[in-house]
Write a protein that binds this ligand. Structure first.
Ligand SMILES: [Zn+2]
Length: 158
């Protein structure tokens, strides 16, 4: 952009010099050529300036998008650091809230598949399962026998 403006200014100087040295109409065609050159160079400079402004606006927008993405990633990392992978007696896995990181929230688990997709889905209890309402999967947290044991207070005592 600056190159074009400098070139336009130099052409203007040439045109002014021609006017100064003009002793009649003999230099008219040279002068006209010089003025036309100045006009073309100024037009180029303006076009270049406009393109530069567009480029700058696009870059500013890109920076804003990246800052937003970065803030989202940082926010996600902060949230997910409160959880650790937990294995239920059935072998099923879920992310459980770490001790001391509750922030006044009740104990809960997050769906592993959803966390892998950077989605926070709190598993809802559903009998001996924990259900993910996002990916519609059931995580078996207790074996059927353990559930009977808990419900009836004794081993298969129903
Ligand atoms: Zn899920």
């Amino acid at each position: 952009m600056y190159t074009e403006i400098v070139a336009a200014i130099q052409s203007t100087k040439t045109a002014i010099d021609l006017v100064k040295s003009a002793n009649g109409l003999s230099n008219y065609s040279e002068l006209l050529t010089a003025v036309t050159t100045v006009q073309i160079k100024l037009t180029d400079a303006i076009a270049s300036e406009l393109a530069s402004q567009e480029k700058q606006a696009a870059l500013t927008e890109r920076v804003r998008e990246l800052e937003k993405q970065l803030a989202e990633i940082e926010g996600w990392n902060t949230q997910i650091q409160r959880y650790s992978l937990f294995q239920f007696p059935t072998g099923a896995l879920a992310y459980g809230l770490k001790q001391g990181r509750e922030n006044e929230e009740p104990m809960h688990y997050l769906c592993v598949s959803c966390v892998d997709k950077k989605q926070k889905s709190t598993l809802q209890p559903h009998g001996r399962f924990l259900k993910c309402t996002v990916c519609k999967i059931d995580i078996t947290t207790q074996s059927a026998q353990a559930l009977n044991l808990n419900r009836n207070g004794g081993w298969m005592s129903r």
